[in-house]
Design a protein around this ligand. Structure first.
Ligand code: C2E
Ligand code: MG
Ligand code: MG
Ligand code: MG
Length: 264
């Protein structure tokens, strides 16, 4: 990102940006090592049914327990993992780890796993998913994709989604509302679940929230609201008929052990 230097020209680098580039390079080398060292973890955020607040499943969210930096959040390493292609083995690991945890949670629960664009391009993805759900009702696994994933490489992405659907797993469109997909396009995607980005709740516009919940309902999708932090938001969504929700009001993402304790 070039910045104006105030003299009518542009400077490509600033000292702070340079430090940032170095930090990213360091993280990149570190990340490769981290995978082999087993430093990645999954935390699990409850997904609740809004009518009664019961936990119906969990979303697996990746964390990196770095020996010096402590717990690193995905925003700080997923982009690097995507640039380097490391997201493919990381995502495969997450899929196996999350489905193994799903077995431990028991047959009453569902599991959601996030997929990145690079994984959708991986020809082995469908085999990996099939192996991961061995012995599990496939409908208990939901794969979350963002709009940009699907927009990037339309033909191939849709073919992969169709192959995944044929396994019986469910697909969710994540962060809905932050991208720019056309509504016509949305109706042609083989998705089962619409996850409304938390910016919808944060904007505090009841009519807008009602409109997007209604959109999901009109397309016969399960609607999940992300980022529910207040009782009032829960009540509004419940009254609108939004089916499910996630947010700090119910629970932050939990360690594997805590998520088991929460349901048993
Ligand atoms: P996401 O899939 O949209 O996940 C929801 C994010 O919202 C999580 O952040 C979660 O901790 C956060 N969140 C949940 N409830 C609330 C709330 O009430 N308030 C606020 N402010 N935030 C809330 P997290 O864990 O930092 O993950 C960020 C993003 O990183 C995820 O967004 C997802 O896009 C990506 N990510 C996480 N794990 C994976 C993974 O295994 N694979 C891939 N490809 N991406 C992942
Ligand atoms: Mg997600
Ligand atoms: Mg999301
Ligand atoms: Mg989001």
């Amino acid at each position: 990102h070039a910045k104006r230097d105030g003299h009518g020209g542009y400077r490509l680098f600033e000292p702070a940006m340079h430090a940032d580039v170095l930090a990213r390079l360091e993280l990149r080398t570190d990340l490769q090592r981290a995978i082999d060292a087993g430093e990645l973890e999954l935390h699990y955020q409850p997904v609740v049914r809004l009518v009664d607040g019961a936990t119906t499943g969990f979303e697996a969210l990746m964390r990196w327990r770095h020996p010096e930096r402590g717990l690193i959040s995905p925003a700080d390493f997923i982009p690097i993992a995507e640039e380097t292609g490391l997201i493919v083995p990381m995502g495969r690991w997450a899929l196996l780890e999350a489905t193994s945890h799903l077995r431990a949670l028991g047959s009453l629960y569902r599991m959601n796993v996030n997929l990145s664009a690079k994984q959708l391009q991986d020809p082995e993805l469908v085999y990996d998913v099939r192996a991961a759900i061995e012995g599990i009702d496939p409908r208990r696994l939901t794969l979350e994709l963002t709009e940009s994933i699907v927009m990037e490489d339309t033909g191939h992405a849709v073919a992969q989604l169709t192959a995944l659907k044929a396994l019986g797993v469910r697909l969710a469109l994540d962060d809905f509302g932050t991208g720019y997909s056309s509504l016509g396009y949305l109706s042609r995607l083989p998705v089962d679940v619409l996850k409304l980005d938390r910016t919808f709740l944060a904007c505090d516009e009841p009519n807008l929230i009602a409109a997007v919940v209604g959109l999901g309902q009109a397309l016969a999708l399960d609607v999940v609201a992300e980022g529910i932090e207040e009782e009032e938001q829960w009540r509004t969504l419940r009254e609108l008929g939004c089916h499910y929700g996630q947010g700090f009001l119910f629970s932050k993402p939990l360690s594997a052990a805590d998520s088991l304790a929460a349901v048993h």
